[in-house]
Design a protein around this ligand. Sequence first.
Ligand SMILES: [Zn+2]
Length: 240
Amino acid sequence: MLTQVSPNVYILPFDSDRDRPNLGYVHGDNFSVLIDAGNSKSHLETMLDAIKTAGLPEPKLALITHWHWDHTFGMHAFSGTTITHTTTNGILKELTAWEWTEAAMAERLKSGAECEFCHTHMKIEYEDISEIKVVQADVEFSGDLTLNLGNITIEVTPVENPHSEDGAVIFIPEDKVLFAGDADTGDFYKLDGGYDQNKFYSYIKTAESIPYETYIHGHLAPMTPAEVSVFRKGIESSDL
Ligand SMILES: [Zn+2]
């Protein structure tokens, strides 16, 4: 079921057991936008069903925050247009060549191409791993991007961050909601969940220049600016 976080913004809350992140929905007068496509067709369909049940229009666009499987593996099942950063789309292109067999997955885990946390949760999400399908987005952007939904706008800002080599934050100024992807989480691919200090502070500088009132991290409940500050202090004292 959707949770309304502001007049025009909703989320399908995250599910840690299956590593399903929060999926966002921005309701516009002219068209509506999905934020992230989920970790599978099933995750995406759960979101689309929840939107329908809430009596809201089907989203026309899906904006992707970063390339990680839990945010992108539902893209192939989305009938609208998908949009992501050029860097994200480049990484997705590499992933389209990956084979989804037990042997290929084991090999990627061994070589470090795949992270253990992701590998484990893919096996939980997918009963049949051969159903995994990776596609590139239809539209790419390389700088800031603004979408005009009629009554409301979406501002997309690519951002250096400690979590992945790509990544954009998505701000809805009228509602003061910021979708951060997983940007202030550590890097599970290169640093085993650890943090690059410079990237962490560079990210905070960008994020804190945005006047949000609600902060949506991919895998946590929505936070107020005060809660974000406590969350970051926790990272600073234990992970940096
Ligand atoms: Zn991620």
